[in-house]
Design a protein around this ligand. Structure first.
Ligand code: PSV
Ligand code: MN
Length: 388
């Protein structure tokens, strides 16, 4: 008997999608510190991601970013992933790095630029056919820097049109997942700045359009778990981009900056049945490891999500409702805090051991010679980073 027995089915099916770009070089606008052993192509990124899954059993799929992960043969990439025990997941579009997109993509004033952005998404859909991906995730860098720079309302109308053109080309089993972000790279207004705007576009598009909630994309102090609750109520929470932040879109390891916030978010996921297999919620990471080693950074991240999921699942739902119904303010709070303060790490180590996984995936990675090998063999070629 362990404390995890009752919640084991949820832990058993927990799947966290890792981002291919977390394994390549990244940095701030001041400096990118290259690391030894960094992948030079999408095949090597997937090999690194497969290590995370092999040691944790938690990360069975890898999200791709196009064109960073363009390859000649996606069927070959898929086979490669499957031979390493993982699959290819969400396809992320990218209309934020080409010169033509300086003033926007789907909301741009120029119809030719808008068409280029739509065409890029159609290419992504074609790739999804080859990779077997279910989700097309769209994050738009569109917005303006100065009041009056462009007409906010007209930009929304152009966005509507572009998104509809993309949505119409999805297969019946594919979804459009629209991510929002309140600022950056645009500083006056973003065209999809918040969950409400994303939600409104998704409702207009149809049932297979859902919202992506990136935990780093909110103003400080935003009650993110409230947004989670709302989107789940409406059946529109498509996915999470997990990361953590002290200031803005820091893209730090999930659960590192504010473990309690992660707990609260996962508690709301649980309350809204977001852990149920038919919920459609995809749990992804969207992080960068600028100064720490990347594979251990990803291992730490998926373990953090697992630990906080276990704690959230340990909330005594009956005791909570009883206290809430009785107006027992402090009693209800205590029920939540009891679960939050439960140290689930020893039980999770046992849980892993029982499944043939290392008790401590962090030290197992250190003890393996994977890092030494990639540092020794990945010489020559161009290290992957944003843009490749
Ligand atoms: C934008 O900040 C974002 O969160 C989107 O998900 C992008 O696709 C991703 O970061 C790139 O890292
Ligand atoms: Mn994101």
């Amino acid at each position: 008997m362990t404390i995890l027995d009752d919640i084991s089915p949820v832990l058993e099916r927990q799947a966290i999608e890792v981002p291919s770009w977390a394994y390549g070089n990244s940095g701030t606008r001041f400096k990118v510190f290259a690391q030894p052993g960094v992948p030079r192509d999408p095949f090597e990124k997937i090999a690194d991601a497969a290590q995370v899954h092999a040691l944790t059993g938690l990360a069975p799929s890898v999200a791709l970013h196009i064109p960073w992960d363009e390859v000649d043969d996606f069927a070959k990439l898929r086979d490669h992933a499957e031979s390493l025990g993982v699959g290819l997941g969400t396809i992320n579009s990218n209309t934020f790095q080409d010169d033509v997109y300086k003033l926007g993509s789907l909301a741009h004033t120029d119809p030719e630029v808008r068409q280029a952005a739509v065409d890029h998404h159609l290419r992504c859909i074609e790739i999804m056919g080859e990779t077997g991906s279910q989700d097309l995730k769209i994050w738009l860098a569109d917005g303006t820097n100065y009041p009056g720079q462009d007409d906010i309302r007209t930009r929304q109308a152009r966005l509507d049109e572009g998104l509809a053109a993309i949505y119409d080309r999805l297969q019946p089993d594919q979804r459009l997942v629209l991510e929002y972000k309140f600022f950056e790279p645009a500083f006056y207004h973003m065209d999809v700045p918040d969950w409400g705007t994303s939600y409104a576009h998704c409702v207009a598009l149809g049932e297979r359009a859902v919202v992506c909630l990136d935990t780093g994309h909110h103003a400080p102090g935003t009650n993110i778990e409230f947004i989670v609750a709302q989107l789940l109520r409406f059946g529109k929470l498509g996915s999470f981009d997990f990361n953590s932040r002290f200031y803005a879109d820091d893209d730090l390891i999930v659960g590192a900056a504010d473990p309690f916030q992660l707990f609260r978010i996962l508690h709301e996921v649980n309350c809204g049945d977001g852990f149920e297999p038919d919920s459609g919620v995809v749990f992804m990471l969207d992080q960068c490891h600028n100064i720490e080693q990347r594979i251990p950074g990803q291992i730490r991240s998926v373990l953090n999500v697992q630990e906080m999921t276990a704690r959230a699942l340990l909330v005594d739902a009956d005791a909570l409702v009883t206290a809430q119904q009785a107006g027992d303010v402090l009693g209800a709070n205590e029920v939540l805090m009891d679960a939050f303060y439960t140290d689930v790490r020893p039980a999770l180590a046992d849980w892993r051991e029982a499944r043939g996984l290392p008790r401590d995936p962090m030290s197992a990675y250190k003890a393996s010679n994977y890092q030494t090998e990639i540092e020794r063999t990945r010489t020559g070629g161009q290290q992957a980073g944003w843009g490749a």
